[in-house]
Write a protein of this length. Structure first.
Ligand code: G3P
Length: 213
């Protein structure tokens, strides 16, 4: 399973990049807006830290606008993945980017049928938002399970990118049900490593070692 970091914060990306477990980065307009710099500046800086897929989202909602923004973003670095929303124009743009060898991440996926459409148009990734489904009383993880079954039935190669991850159990469950990638916020990724028995066990080992000759 691949791990992406779901942030546009360069300090967070730098700090997690040293762990050896980060394969890529996802951003969105809300994450970029928090940083007080332009999307181009931030995405360029991320390419200098992480050597892996970096999702940069278009703002345009029409086909032509998505294509021209996506082409500009793709020029920044060969690792850029163009993130488009799951709309008709987004699906049309996905097909165009696929035919022009530009990678895509089709975002804001909330149903298995939407994910099926993204795969049919050759999306590199589809991003089901599991936390936002949980927020409205549905079980986000069921969506990942359904998409996995559909993609496996037909051999679609679109990668399932579990997004809107809110806690460590989301990461575990996404791995169990077969998501290809989890995009994880900084706070959740740092929590993955922690267990109280690891801390107390280590403390005990060090105390015992101090007593040994
Ligand atoms: O990058 C998209 C996604 O992960 C958003 O998460 O927490 O805003 O639902 P959230």
């Amino acid at each position: 399973m691949e791990f992406f970091i779901d942030t546009a914060n360069l300090e967070e990306i730098k700090s997690l990049s040293t762990w050896g477990v980060v394969d890529g980065v996802t951003t969105n307009p809300s994450l970029i807006a928090k940083e007080g710099k332009s999307q181009k500046e931030i995405i360029t800086a991320i390419t200098e830290i992480i050597d892996g897929p970096i999702s940069a989202e278009v703002i345009a909602t029409d086909f032509d606008g998505m294509i021209s923004e996506g082409q500009e973003l793709a020029k920044i670095h060969s690792n850029i993945v163009i993130k488009v929303p799951l709309t008709i124009a987004g699906l049309q743009a996905t097909k165009w980017f696929t035919e022009n060898n530009i990678k895509t991440n089709v975002t804001l996926a909330f149903s298995a049928n939407q994910a099926l459409l993204a795969a049919k148009n050759g999306a590199t990734y589809v991003s089901p938002f599991i936390g936002r489904l949980d927020d409205i009383g549905q079980t986000g993880m069921d969506l990942i399970r359904e998409i996995r079954a559909i993609y496996d039935n037909y051999g679609f190669t679109t990668k399932i990118l579990a997004a809107s991850i809110r806690h460590t159990d989301h990461v575990k469950e996404a791995a169990i049900v077969g998501a290809d990638v989890s995009t994880i916020p900084y706070k959740v990724l740092t929590q993955l490593v922690k267990h109280p028995l690891t801390d107390s066990g280590l403390e005990q080992f060090l105390a015992d070692h101090a007593k040994s000759k």
